[in-house]
Write a protein that binds this ligand. Structure first.
Ligand code: GRF
Length: 178
């Protein structure tokens, strides 16, 4: 039973849904995240930081909401906030993130732009377990893509997303089967 956290466009959420994985709840830190509209018929909920005393209180409320629905595995699919221990401790070894670089290289929110600025010739996607750090947990799987000379952040990110949409459902499917 999978819960997905989103902040943005939600193409990775879409890939999980298209793969037929048991996504039973979708939560976001942003009320207006376009990703929330991709899950008709699945309970969705926004947990905006401004509505809570602090990040831990928000994360505890989000964990409560997911666990009340039976979520066992959490997938961060373009979720752009760090999670506190108040959330991580509730789903031990069961939270994964997808990131648009070959970690441990280029962690952070601007990974695609940073790779282009560094002049890399190869990029990729990583799925990893989540810990308290920034994109720093144990790596579960990676796939590579080439970087083209005329790539912009948009074209490179689009090529990375294409492999994310294969990689993420595969790894999450494996986690569900363990
Ligand atoms: C993906 O590239 C993912 O690696 C990163 O955020 C992006 C989310 O894209 N963490 P989408 O919202 O799934 O389209």
């Amino acid at each position: 039973m999978i819960g997905v956290l989103v902040s943005g466009t939600g193409t990775n959420l879409q890939a999980l849904l298209d793969a037929g994985l048991p996504v039973i709840a979708v939560a976001s830190n942003k009320r207006g995240a376009p990703a929330l509209a991709r899950a008709p018929g699945i309970p969705t909920q926004a947990f905006e930081l401004d509505d809570y005393a602090d990040r831990s209180e928000r994360d505890a409320a989000m964990a409560d909401w997911l666990q009340d629905r039976g979520v066992q595995i959490v997938v961060l699919a373009g979720y752009m906030h760090l999670l506190t221990a108040a959330f991580l401790d509730r789903f031990p070894d069961s939270i994964v993130n997808v990131h648009p670089s070959l970690l441990p290289d280029f962690p952070g929110a601007h990974a695609v732009e940073d790779q282009l600025a560094a002049g890399v010739t190869e990029s990729g996607a990583t799925v990893h377990l989540v810990d308290l750090g920034v994109d720093s947990g144990p790596i579960l799987a990676q796939e590579r893509v080439s970087v083209h000379e005329d790539d912009t952040a948009e074209t490179l990110h689009e090529r990375i997303r294409q492999i994310e949409h294969e990689l993420l459902p595969r790894v999450v499917g494996e986690l569900c089967a363990r």
